[in-house]
Ligand binder design. Sequence first.
Ligand code: ADP
Ligand code: MG
Length: 595
Amino acid sequence: MTSSSAPPTGAYVIAKALRDLGVTVIFGIVGIPVVEIAEQAINLGIRFIGFRNEQAAGYAATAYGYLTGKPGVCLVVGGPGVLHAMAGIGNSSSNAFPMLLLAGSSETHLVTKGAFQELDAISLLAPHTKLAARPPALESIPHLIESAYRTSWYGRPGTGFVDLPADLIQGAADSAEDIPQTAPLPLPPASGADEAKLSKIARLLKNAKAPLLVVGKGAAYAQAESSIRALVDQTSIPFLPSPMGKGVLPDSHPANTASARSTALQHADIVLVLGARLNWIFHFGDAPKWNPAARFIQVDIEPSEIGRNGGDAELGIVGDINVVVPQLLSQLSGWTYSPSSSPYLSALAEAKRKNEDKAAKAAAKASLPLTYAHAFDVIKRTLHTLSPPDDGGIVYVSEGANTMDISRSVFPVQHPRLRLDAGTYATMGVGLGYAIAAHEAYNASPSSPEAVSGPKPGRKKIVALEGDSAFGFSAMEVETMARYQMDVLIFVMNNGGVYHGDSDTAEEWLERQGAAGGKGLRSTSLGWEVRYEKIAEACGGLGFFVRTPEELKRATEEGFRTNMPVVVNVVIESGKKGKLEFGWQASAKKGKKGK
Ligand code: ADP
Ligand code: MG
């Protein structure tokens, strides 16, 4: 209650509905008319994290949803606020991360009159959300917020949207008794599979020459690590994690085929897909990347996913990994994949050895300017002395085409949900919002019901590995981090451009920039050796500009121990020297040549 006499305002009713649902943090940006909602929420004990652009706030809410397994909440103004937040909606639906989006809108009686920030947000967002609705009256606000929250969460996650007109936010109820209450919702119901189908799948696995388990970020979101661990430990079936499925099983697990990925795809005949989609990340389940005879058994909570692309519709299971995997394990009744001789296992071992050798050589190759591989090796070694990977004390956020591709295999992840990247949409610009979400999820308040426990209790260091281009999308969020005293350690891998950048040297870059009558800078060009670290300094954080391995090591050590946001600006090779192919393109080409 606001007070015993005054009837509650719409803003209070909204904030209270969120609080009673168990919401502990809201990501967003205030303005007219939503500022009152945020103020009431803060008064009720909800944390409000105010961003510099709704895009990053939306990304943060979705990542928070992924990490905590419950919808992240985002609050924005109408019109332009909604348009910016649409990026978060796209991220939510493409990655299947739950988000509740609340936006203000103009007074209902002014609609079509050219009101302040007027936008028909419901029409715009309905096709992109699981539910988009506007309460017709103040009394219906709690029900609608609960409905949008639940809808975003249950089934395959996505976005629930509630449009909140200014007159409702600013209006007052006749009396407090008219306002219904919300309460925390039970976890989404989880269903299993029928035993006949399971026994058929168990038989196929037992008879497989080359079984493979694919573990995706749906398994990480489902927090299914114990059941999947039991399955792999008992059966010894080789597994392949997706980029964000890394850590559901420790990267160091002997059955991990990540460093022999192409070989695993080429050989696997029975593939059990747990919480991953056969989309571009898994080459649509198609030959020649995959064995043309491979059969894909999908386990997914979303029925429309079953049978999509390479999936076998008859074998697929609509169910929750946490229920289905233990069911399957009991059907396998003690069976272990241990063929007396297996060309599959030998090929995997051989490919692993070769690829890991190659990576070690690249990592050891010191040159100036630094290469990605050597710079990451220096960062990794330094971080590991400060926080051994088994402790799970570091959350990695990674984006930028090459930065993400190359760092993925460098930094081992031993526990689930400790690595976030550009994801299904390959969205560049998510990094800083994700880092804030991770900081909030893991460090904000250990007693909060939404706090993630992780493998070891205690604070986690958030480390963001950013390409210079990716960093630029949301660089101002460093100020957000500083304001909320978030000790995020950001590395900007600075090659002066998108992909490989533009020029090999400063002289070449300057000549191109000024090229009289010439073609000028390439489309991949960014500024030459931009001093990104100064953004951190300007906001009260710490900045380092480094060129050498020694400088990088020192900056990493100091940055790790610092209690505020740190930007380590790492100059790496660019232009023709730094030329690299985007990982998935290179592998697609290789696949074509292969067959
Ligand atoms: P990745 O990018 O790691 O390959 P995707 O995002 O493509 O993963 O796929 C994740 C899949 O996991 C989605 O299809 C989603 O419906 C599914 N999923 C999410 N939670 C569960 C769950 N509890 N049980 C089964 N499937 C789930
Ligand atoms: Mg770059």
